[in-house]
Design a protein around this ligand. Sequence first.
Ligand SMILES: Nc1nc2c(ncn2[C@@H]2O[C@H](COP(=O)(O)OP(=O)(O)O)[C@@H](O)[C@H]2O)c(=O)[nH]1
Ligand SMILES: [Mg+2]
Length: 636
Amino acid sequence: MHVIGTAGHVDHGKSTLVEALTGINPDRLKEERERQMTIDLGFAWLTLPDGDTVGVIDVPGHRDFIENMLAGVGGIDAALFVVAADEGVMPQTREHLAILDLLQIASGVVALTKADLVDAEWLELVQADVTAALEGTVLARAPVVPVSARTGAGLPELKAALQACLAACPPRSDVGRPRLPVDRVFSIAGFGPVVTGTLSDGTLAPGDEVELLPDGLAARVRGLQTHKTKIERAVPGSRVAANLAGVDVAQLRRGMVVARPGSLRPSTLLDVQFRHLADAGLSLKHHAEVKLFVGAAEVLATARVLGAEALPPGASGWLQLVLAEPVAVVKGDRFILRRPSPGATIGGGVVVDVQPARLHRRRDAAVLAHLETLARGTPGERLLQALAALGPAGLKEALLKASLDGDAAASATAEIRAAGDLMELDGEALVVSRAAWAQTESDIRAALRAYHAAHPLRAGMPREELKSRLGQNSDRSLSARVFNALMSHATGTGSLIASGAAVRLPDHQVKFSPPQQAQVGRLLAAFRREPHNTPSPKDCVAQLEAAGPGDELLSALLEQGVLVQVSPDVIFLAETYQAMIAQVRAHLQVRGKITVAEVRDLFSTSRKYALALMEHLDALGVTKRVGDERVLKKDA
Ligand SMILES: Nc1nc2c(ncn2[C@@H]2O[C@H](COP(=O)(O)OP(=O)(O)O)[C@@H](O)[C@H]2O)c(=O)[nH]1
Ligand SMILES: [Mg+2]
C-alpha cells in the first residue's frame, strides 16, 4: 500500500491534476470550491495501470496554508511535484521542495502542468529551470513529465511514471506498534467519530482497543475503511478511516495519534538532529521560539541549541526541543521547524530521543557523544528491531538476528529490559518485545470478539481455532510452544479467560434471546415434570430448534451447568443429578452395595437411566463395579 502527495506552488494545477488522474475533486470544503483554492488537505485514490490502488493527498500550495500542507506530507511515500509550465519555479515550489527534502521523501515524479498553455521552446526553458531547482535535493533524479489536465496529454505517461516510482519504494515496515497520525476528524450520523490518517508501523483491525495520544483517551476500533471500502485489517502505508467507539468527536483533533494502549509515551522533550535551511536568512539562536510539525501534529516549542551558540543557515546540529504540549512520536520520525512569525520554514530533521532524561547542559561533550550514538542506533534498539521481525523468540535467536554478541548483547538485553520493552514468557525461554506483545494481545482480543459475535451461544472459542486464526495473521505459523506461552501469559494477566478447551474475553457471557429463554423454560419444565425419565439429547435439540440452533442452545445449557449429560443418551437437570448421587451414596453407606435394578427402583425410572448413571459414577471414580453390583470406591 502506498500514498502519494502533491506539492508545489498555488494555482499550478495540483488539484485539477488530482481530479484528472482520479476522478475525485480533492477540494472538498465549500470555501475551497467558492474561492477555487485549496485550503486544507484533500484526499483521493488512484488506480495505477497495474491495477494497484494508491492513496493521494492533495495539499494547499498557498503560503498561508503551508501548515495544513505539513499535516499531510509526513506519511507519504512519494511526491507528485507540480510546476506549471507557464509560470515555472515559484516561491512555494522551492519551499515545498525544501520540505520534501528535509522529510527525506525519497521518491517522486515532477509534473509540468498546463503544458497546453506553452510552446515547445518555452517548455524546454521551464524544464531546465526545474531541473536546476531540483539539483542536490531528494528529487534530483525524479522523472519530469509534461501534462495537461485540460487536454489529457501526458496523463498516461504520468501514471506510468508514478507506478515505476512506487514500485521502487521500499515496503513499509511493520514493527507491531501501529500508529495513525490523525489528519482529519469527522463524525457520521449513526456511526460516530471517524479519524483518518496514513497508518505506519503496524496493523489495525476492527475490535482493537486503542488509545488517542497525547490525551490518553481510550477507544475501540468499530470499523475500518481504506479508499471508502470496508476492510478487516489495515496495513502499514495505507490511508485509513477508523470509526471509533468510546470517544466523542469533540474530544478529537488533527495531530492526535491512534496507537495501542501503552505502546507510545507522549513527551514534551525531544532531542533531535537538525538541518538549518541555507536560505533561512537568520541564525537559529538558543531559546528560539519555533513551531514543530511532526506526524500530523503542530506544537509550539523552544529550541535549545546544543554544542554551539547558534546554528547559522545551512548548518546542521543538535537541538533539544522543549514543547508547549506533549506529542507522541518515536525515534527516527522526521519533522519540520517553522518560525512562528513571520511564518517561514527554517529547517527540519530527525527525532533522536523521545524521552531525554532532563534538560541537557548545552556544552556537555558527553551529551553530544550520546546523541551521536543514539542517532546510529543502540544495541537495544537493534535487538528490538530483531524481535519485531521474529515475534516471540528465544533470546539467543533474537541476538543472533541483530548480530549482537558479547558485551553488546548483554547491554542490549539490559537496556530493553530496563526500559520495560522486553517481556519474558514461558519462564525466560521466550522473549517478546512489549510492542509485539501488545499487537498479539490485541489480535487475540479481536479474534475472540469476532468469535463471540458470530457464536453468542458458545462459551468461548476453541483454543485450536484461535491458534490457527492467529497463525493466519502473521507470516509465521505459531508453534505450540509460543502459543501456549501466549495463552498462559494472557490468562495470567486476566485479559482472557480459559475454560476447558475454550477461551473467552472476560466480559463475554452467553445470553439467550427472549424467545430462546422461553423455549429453554419449556424444556426445563419438561425435565422437572419427569426428573428421572428425561428427554433424550435428540429430543432436547428438536424442542429447542424452534428458537434457534437447537444443538448450540443445548450445548450452552450443558456448558452453563444447568443440565448434566451422563451418557450420550441421558441428560439430567443439575439439581436432579446432585440429588441422585447423594441418594446412591447414602444407600451405599448403609447397605454397602447396590445393583442397577435397585437404582432403577430407587428413582422409579427405567434401566436405561439407571445404567447410564452408574456407569457415569464408575467413570467418575465414585463407585466401583464388582460383578453385578456397585460398591463405594475406597478413596471416594
Ligand atoms: N490551461 C490549463 N489550465 C489548467 C490546467 N490545470 C489546471 N489549470 C487551471 O489552473 C488553475 C489552478 O488550478 P488548481 O488545480 O486549483 O491549482 P492548485 O492550486 O495547484 O491546486 C485553475 O483555474 C485550473 O483550471 C491545465 O492543464 N491547463
Ligand atoms: Mg489545489
